[in-house]
Design a protein around this ligand. Structure first.
Ligand code: NI
Length: 178
């Protein structure tokens, strides 16, 4: 397993819709292992393949206290309700946003053995993570879903090594809120 660098807002790979996985094989499982390791190292609760530079429709969800799991070719097949939430993203370090997400979210996907599975989140962090990560493989970031720039708040960087160059900070304001 390898920890791979996280790609940040402004990197085109985050904006390209990812390609479907045609066959779930060992190379895909190795990628999932790298994604999982990278997510844990960055202290995220989810990660999508484009965030480590790979344009494939794969996400890993890692809820606190639960075993991380992969969703391959994930699709939201049902969503209902609305709620306001605070949200952050490993690819937009130093910021939090307040946005509207669904209350209930059902995702259909393949697991890391290629079996079809369904995952449901209901008014919890899982529901939020499912929508957030499926957005990533479609080239969408949470900053796209903010009603206004006022809903984006700068926070102190958790660690010095995650501090952002000025250019990337400008991208948050310029790219995200059109
Ligand atoms: Ni994210």
């Amino acid at each position: 397993m390898t920890i791979r660098p996280i790609r940040y807002l402004g990197d085109p790979v985050l904006r390209r819709p990812s390609k479907r996985v045609r066959r779930v094989d060992d190379s895909i499982r190795r990628l999932i292992a790298d994604m999982t390791e990278s997510m844990v190292a960055a202290q995220g609760v989810g990660i999508a393949a484009p965030q480590i530079g790979v344009g494939l429709r794969i996400v890993v969800i890692g809820m606190p206290d639960d075993e991380p799991f992969a969703l391959i070719n994930p699709e939201v097949i049902k969503r209902s309700g609305e709620r306001r939430l605070d949200e952050g993203c490993l690819s937009v370090p130093g910021y939090r946003g307040n946005l509207t997400r669904s209350v209930s979210v059902v995702v259909k996907a393949l697991d890391d053995q290629g079996r079809e599975i369904r995952i449901k989140g209901e008014d919890d962090l899982l529901a939020q993570a499912l929508e957030h990560e499926v957005d990533h493989v479609n080239g969408t970031l949470y900053v796209d879903r903010l009603d206004s720039r006022d809903d984006l708040v700068k926070i102190e960087a958790a660690e010095p090594d995650r501090a952002q160059p000025a250019r990337e900070t400008a991208d948050v304001a310029g790219e995200g809120l059109d």
